[in-house]
Design a protein around this ligand. Structure first.
Ligand SMILES: [Zn+2]
Length: 274
């Protein structure tokens, strides 16, 4: 009996594996932890289903329709853009930059978008593309926050991330808290329909699935939502997203992980009826 206890102490449980998922996938775990999580995943079908569902949820968020064309492009930008050699669609770029600026919670998103676009046009307009501009915008947002210390965003309320709290319940899977299965899944995760890939085109109404994902995002604290938006929707690396939000990478990975698990849980509830 005592040997079993020892093996449970040294092998990661499902709960540990779930908790370290984003750090593991981002290469932030020390070698020993990385190997034990990796080994656990090869031997635990329940965790593999879970990880696959988290990944599917991320891809669903990334596939959401682009935002509505924005507000309006200033005349100056429109003129500069028209006379430049840029070939990209300005309204699409502005819409996406605007969403990004909103995500970062800057004071004046319109102003930041305009400044970013003008700076981009002045430099190499023939290579002007969303990715380059998006990186510039994230950098500017970070710099402007760093130089303006009076405008600091309130830290997320830790209660909002409490599993027991009403509005932001994190939908963690249940784990055994005692007995020989300590830290393992209580039930195998529900299987999500017959399709291999969670897709609004398949068994579910397009709008409803995106809406469920949207609602799950809305329940998250601002910073967690921003991290998901930057990494899973906009495709920034964890390092870039953490820098853009003035977070250290480890905290960003932990917060991102909780957010991803929450979204997976909400989709699970939607797809399997709880
Ligand atoms: Zn497991």
């Amino acid at each position: 009996m005592s040997t079993e206890t020892t093996s449970q102490d040294t092998n990661p449980t499902c709960a540990t594996c779930t908790d370290q998922l984003t750090s593991f996938q981002s290469g932030l775990l020390p070698e020993y932890d990385r190997e034990t999580v990796s080994e656990h995943l090869t031997t635990c079908p329940q965790c593999r289903i879970f990880v696959d569902q988290v990944d599917q949820s991320r891809r669903l968020l990334a596939s959401a329709p682009p935002p509505e064309p924005p507000v309006d492009v200033s005349r100056r930008i429109a003129e500069e853009f028209a006379s430049s050699s840029a070939t990209t669609d300005i309204s699409d770029i502005v819409a996406r930059l605007h969403r990004l600026a909103m995500t970062l919670g800057v004071d004046d998103p319109d102003d930041l978008v305009q400044r970013t676009l003008l700076a981009g046009l002045e430099r190499r307009p023939e290579q002007l593309g969303y990715t380059d501009l998006a990186h510039r915008l994230v950098e500017s947002a970070s710099t402007s926050r760093a130089t303006n210390t009076t405008v600091t965003e309130a830290a997320p309320d830790p209660d909002l991330l409490d599993v027991d709290s009403e509005p932001a319940e994190l939908y963690f899977p249940d784990f055994y808290e005692e007995g020989p299965d300590l830290g393992r899944h209580v039930d195998s995760p529900n299987v999500w329909g017959r399709t291999d890939e969670l897709s609004p085109d398949e068994d579910y109404e397009t709008g409803e699935l995106y809406e469920a994902a949207d609602q799950a995002m809305d329940q998250l604290p601002a910073q967690t939502r921003q991290l998901i938006q930057l990494v899973d929707v906009e495709g920034f690396s964890l390092t870039q997203a953490a820098a853009g939000l003035d977070l250290d990478e480890e905290s960003a990975a932990r917060e991102l992980n909780r957010g991803r698990i929450h979204v997976r849980g909400a989709l699970d509830l939607f797809l399997t009826g709880g």
